[in-house]
Design a protein around this ligand. Sequence first.
Ligand code: DQA
Length: 144
Amino acid sequence: MAQNILVLHGPNLNLLGMREPDIYGRQTLADINSHLTDVATGMGAQCHVFQSNHEGVLVDRIQAAAGEHIDYIIINAGAYTHTSVAIRDALAAVSIPFVEVHLSNVYQREAFRHHSYLSAMAKGVIVGLGAYGYEAALRFALAQ
Ligand code: DQA
């Protein structure tokens, strides 16, 4: 069973709650993170959370995970999903299985959101379920 989960949030997700709430919901990032931490703790596991607006900082955090016995990564890379070969390469380099999450259904939105550099490497992808998508990904990861 996975014991150590790292949840990564990319750019602008620090603004959840006030950022386009009709698309991204009204829960803040702190609400989401504390719920995920509670779920993990309740199952005897640990959930580490991290957000950055900076691509290189996210790359550094993924690289650091390799030395931290992280069993699974849950990542919403935000807009970097659609642009970042560097984040994809970092995930490939550490070989930690991951689930890609998007709050919104990116396939109902602009065409530039339909391509992800991460999806082909992900164990699974969850889109459009709002904050519940993170919880679903966490419960899946904890069951592996
Ligand atoms: C997002 C979708 C991305 O296209 C967008 O750039 C985000 C959030 C989502 O969670 O729906 O920042 O990843």
